[in-house]
Design a protein around this ligand. Sequence first.
Ligand code: DSN
Length: 488
Amino acid sequence: MTAFPRTATGFDATTASAAYRSALEVIGAVEPRVADAIGAELADQRSSLKLIASENYASPAVLLTMGNWFSDKYAEGTVGHRFYAGCQNVDTVEALAAEHARELFGAPHAYVQPHSGIDANLVAFWAVLAQRVELPALEKAGVRHVNDLTDEDWSTLRHALGDQRMLGMSLDAGGHLTHGFRPNISGKMFEQSSYGTDPSTGLLDYDVVRARAKEFRPLILMAGYSAFPRRINFATMREIADEVGATLIVDMAHFAGLVAGKVFSGDFDPVPHAHVVTSTSHKSLRGPRGGFVLAQPEFADAVDRGCPMVLGGPLPHVMAAKAVAFAEARRPEFADYAQRIVDNAAALAEGLKRRGVRLVTDGTDNHLVLLDVSSFGLTGRQAESALLDSGIVTNRNSVPADPNGAWYTSGVRIGTPALTTRGFGQAEFDRVAELIADVLGATTPTATSAGAPSQAKYTIADGVSDRTRSAAAELLAEHPLYPGLDLG
Ligand code: DSN
C-alpha cells in the first residue's frame, strides 16, 4: 500500500522539501533553536510508532497553509458581515471551508471558526441555550429586543439558562470531559447526568439510555466519545431525544474522518440525525488543529454567533487550512483511507486478542481499541510508560468502573489513524499487536516498601525494549513519514 502523501494529497517531495528548507532558514535566522526544534519534531514523529487515537499527520499542503499572513488578520463576524475592514480574502477561505464541510458531510450549515473541539462544543451549547431557552423566555416575557429586558427579566432569564440539564456518556465508558463533567465549564453550565455501558459487554444499551433520558429529562442529549471502541446508532439516539424533547448534539471529533469517508453511514452517520454536530478537524479527519460545527437550519443563526459569544477572534490561517483539508477529504482516496483505518483497527484488535490481551467490548468497529491491562497486573500508567520505553506511543485511559481512577487507570487507548496515514496495513498492525503484547507480558510492577505492587513503577525484562524498538524501526522504515521530504 502506498503511503498517504502521494495517494491522499499528491504532494511533490522536491517542492515540499524546498518549501520547508526555506521556511526553516527564515525562522532560524531569528531564533535557531526554534528551527532546530521543528526539525527535531519531524525526526521524532518519523521514528516513533504513533498510536495515539486522536493524532494524525496532516499533509504538507495543510501545514503550509497555516504559516502565512492570514494569521495577522482579525475577522470577527461572519462571511460578508465583519466587524473589521479588509476581510475579503478571509471571506474567501472561510466560505470555502464551510462549503467543503457542507458538501463533505451533507450538512445544511457549517461553522468553521471554532479553535478546538471544546470550543465547538461551547458554540453548540450556547446555540441550544439561545434557541431553546433564551428566545422562548424572551418571547414569554413579551420582550422584542434584548435591550428591553428589565432587571427582573434578566434574573428570570439567568435562572432559566442556568437551570438546564445535559445527559452524556460517562467518562469511564469513554465519554468526554466537555459533555457536562465537572472539570470542564460544561459541568458548571449544566446539571449533568450520564449513561454508561453494559457491565458485561461494555456495549451501549439504548434501552438504558432511553430510561435514563426519560427520568432525567435533559435539554441536551450528548452522543459521542473519545475512548469508546464502537459505533453509535444515531438514529436511535435521535428517537430518544425526540421522546424526551431533548436536543441531540453529536460530538464526532474522534470519528469525523470515518463519517467523511462514509464508513459510518445510515443510522451511524450523525449528520442527518443530530440537531447539531461538533467536531475537531485534526484527528481521523487529518486536517489542521481546530474545530467546526454542523447544524440543522434552525440552529444556524445561533451557531454563527459563536464568536464573540464564546470564541475569540477566528483564526483565518487555520480556516484556510481547514478548507484545504476538507478538499482533500472530498477526494475518493480519502474514503479508501477511512476504510483502511477501520480494517486496521480490526486487525489490531484481533492480533491483541489472539495474544491474550483483554479488550473493552472485546473488539472494535471504529478507529480505536481500548486495552484493559489489569490482567497483566499493570496500571494503565505502567503500561503506557513501558510501551513508550519501547518506542510505542499510546495514552493511558480509564476503563468502565476503573478501580485505579483517572490518573493511574487500568487501560491503554490505541488508535490507527496516524499509522494508516503512513501506509500501515493489516499485516503491519498484526505485528504492532505482537510488539505490544510482548512488552506488556514482559513488564512487572515494582514492589513498594510495604510489599504491594506499585501503581507507577515497573521493570521490563532485559532486552525486550531494545528488541521492540528495533522491530518498530523496521516497520517505520518500510513506511516513511512524508517520504522524500528532506530538510537538508
Ligand atoms: N484530547 C483528545 C483525545 O485525546 O481524545 C480529546 O479531548
